[in-house]
Each structure stands twice: as structure tokens, then as C-alpha cells.
Design a binder for this molecule. Structure first.
Ligand code: NDP
Length: 281
């Protein structure tokens, strides 16, 4: 019998996840279906309940429901950084597993990003200076795997400074390297620094908004990684114009999906041909 999965978001029409999971299923001979479902903004929990009642085995969760998915899960894996014990109950989950009558939450965004950077792009993060732009669900997802890479330092900046400060507070005790948050508007603070890896985890690219970054921010051979995919964002253009290597988030998208597929099916798909196929579409 075909096992059913879905991606839940709002909006969701743009999602490439069904294509990706279909390619994984064909490649590995798994009998699954995977569809897009738009949940009402105030109806995420009801949508999940319906899927469980209808016998779905799990789902992916995307904007804006990742924090709600965390709250809904009966338990979360170590990849969701509740181990930092912030007491805020505010972490992000992008994958739910409904087997065994429970809802188990995972976050595969961060490990997907790290695989794309360290394996697909052969960029070593250890002892590197990292700047994280943004403090939403995607930024949260990256923290746990990023900490394991032990960069030299991590600086977090966000349009709403309090959210960056919350992340700093959350991970400072766990990180074995300096972690600081700086104000979006403290251009002068950032202009004194250079970074080897700049990760754009904001959704500024969706509205073609520029980010207030000094042009000197990129160290020689720096990698500028934008989690957005599908088109060049102002951040990507800015980074390219100022000497950085540039990557979009397509590899991350496929890698995080592969991790979810493995969690659900116990089979690791080959991501390279899927990334290549999506680049052509
Ligand atoms: P959230 O809505 O949770 O967070 C959005 C973040 O972007 C916040 O930090 C917000 O700042 C910031 N932001 C939004 N608009 C602007 C702007 N105009 N200027 C500056 N900052 C802005 O979204 P997510 O964290 O879930 O997603 C962020 C991005 O990452 C999206 O583009 C998404 O598509 C992408 N993504 C890609 C994935 C992939 O697999 N490639 C996976 C997950 C996400 P503030 O706190 O001030 O509101």
C-alpha cells in the first residue's frame, strides 16, 4: 500500500518538495505519495490532526508553521535544540513523523544546509568566522549542526535585534567559541569585521530587499550562502560584486528533504542527480 506524506505551509504553491520526494521514491523504489497542502494560518493543528486520521505517515512543515510544529510534537529529536534549555519552548521543526501513534519532530534544515556547504561545496567551517543573518525558523534550525562544526566565532544579526539576542543567549552556554549578536543598524560594528562564511537566513530576498551590510564584510575566499533559491537575490549579487563565492539554497532544500526521506523510509537517496535535475527546471 502506498504510504502518504505531504508538505504543509501557507503559501505552498511554490514548493518543489513533491518533485524532490517523487524523484527520491523513484530512485529508491519506495512506494510513497507526497503532496502539497495549504493549511489555514490559524488551522495548522487541525490540518495535522486530519492527516493523522487519514493515515498519513508524516509530513514536512514550512513557513510559517515551524514553531507551531515544535509545540505540537509529543517529542523532538536531538536535532531540535531543546537541549539548550532556553525555557522558551520556541524551536523550529520542519519534519513530523506520525508513526507509533505519536508526533515526533525533527529539524533537517540545519543538517541539510551543513551537508550542502561541507560536502557538496567542500567548504570547511571549522575555525572559520561565521555571520548568520536572520533569526527566524531557518536560523534556529541551523544552530545545532553549526555548533558541532566548531567555527572560530559566530555573530548573529537580525532586523529585530531582540530575536538575535535570544539566539545568542540560548546557545552561549553550549558553544565552545564566542557567540555575539549585533544590531542590524550597527553598520560600523560589522564594518570592522570580516567573515569566511556569511549565511543569509532572512527572507529579505522574497521582496528583493537589500541587507545593510558593509562591502568589506567578506574575507578572502569567503562563501556567501543564501538559503533562498530560484533566483539571484540582492544579497547574492552584493556578495558576488564584493568578491565572495556565492551559493543559493537549492542544495540545502534537497539535502534537508533527503534527511526527512531517510527518517521516514530508512533509505538514503542520492541527492546529486536531484539537485542537477532541479537546476534545469
Ligand atoms: P521566518 O519568517 O521564520 O524568518 C524570516 C527572517 O527574515 C527573520 O529573521 C526576519 O527578521 C527576516 N526578514 C524578513 N524580511 C526581511 C527584510 N526585508 N529585511 C531584513 N530581514 C528580513 O522565515 P524562515 O526562517 O523560515 O525562512 C527564511 C528564509 O530561508 C526564507 O527565504 C526561506 O525560503 C529560506 N529557507 C530555505 C530553506 C531551504 O531548504 N533552502 C529551508 C528553510 C528556509 P525579523 O525577525 O526582523 O522579522
Amino acid at each position: 500500500m502506498t504510504d502518504r506524506y505531504a508538505v504543509i505551509g501557507n503559501p505552498i504553491s511554490h514548493s518543489k518538495s513533491p518533485q524532490i520526494h517523487q524523484m527520491f521514491a523513484e530512485q529508491t523504489g519506495q512506494d510513497i505519495s507526497y503532496e502539497k497542502i495549504e493549511a489555514p494560518l490559524d488551522g495548522f493543528a487541525e490540518t495535522i490532526e486530519r492527516l493523522r486520521n487519514d493515515g498519513y505517515k508524516g509530513c514536512s512543515v514550512t513557513v510559517p508553521f515551524k514553531f507551531e510544529a515544535f509545540k505540537l510534537a509529543n517529542s523532538v529529536s536531538e536535532s531540535v535544540i531543546d537541549t539548550f534549555d532556553s525555557g522558551e519552548n520556541a524551536d523550529a521543526v520542519n519534519t513530523l513523523d506520525f508513526r507509533n501513534l505519536k508526533i515526533v519532530g525533527y529539524n533537517t534544515d540545519g543538517s541539510g544546509l551543513l551537508k550542502d556547504i561541507t560536502i557538496n561545496r567542500q567548504f570547511n567551517i571549522s575555525k572559520k568566522r561565521v555571520l548568520l543573518l536572520g533569526a527566524g525558523g531557518a536560523a534556529y534550525g541551523v544552530l545545532h549542526p553549526l555548533l558541532n562544526e566548531e567555527p572560530k566565532e559566530l555573530v548573529i544579526t537580525n532586523r529585530t535585534l531582540e530575536k538575535a539576542q535570544r539566539i545568542e543567549k540560548k546557545i552561549r552556554g553550549t558553544a565552545k567559541f564566542p557567540v555575539t549578536s549585533v544590531s542590524w543598524s550597527s553598520y560600523s560594528d560589522l564594518s570592522k569585521k570580516q567573515f569566511d562564511l556569511v549565511i543569509n537566513a532572512t527572507s529579505a530576498g522574497l521582496t528583493d530587499s537589500e541587507l545593510p551590510l558593509p562591502p568589506t564584510i567578506f574575507a578572502p575566499n569567503a562563501l556567501a550562502y543564501d538559503m533562498m533559491y530560484g533566483r539571484e537575490t540582492p544579497f547574492m549579487k552584493f556578495a558576488r560584486d564584493h568578491g565572495a563565492q556565492v551559493a543559493d539554497g537549492l542544495g540545502m532544500l534537497v539535502e534537508q528533504a533527503a534527511e526527512a526521506f531517510y527518517l521516514w523510509r530508512g533509505v538514503q537517496p542520492d541527492t546529486a542527480p536531484v539537485i542537477a535535475a532541479l537546476r534545469l527546471t
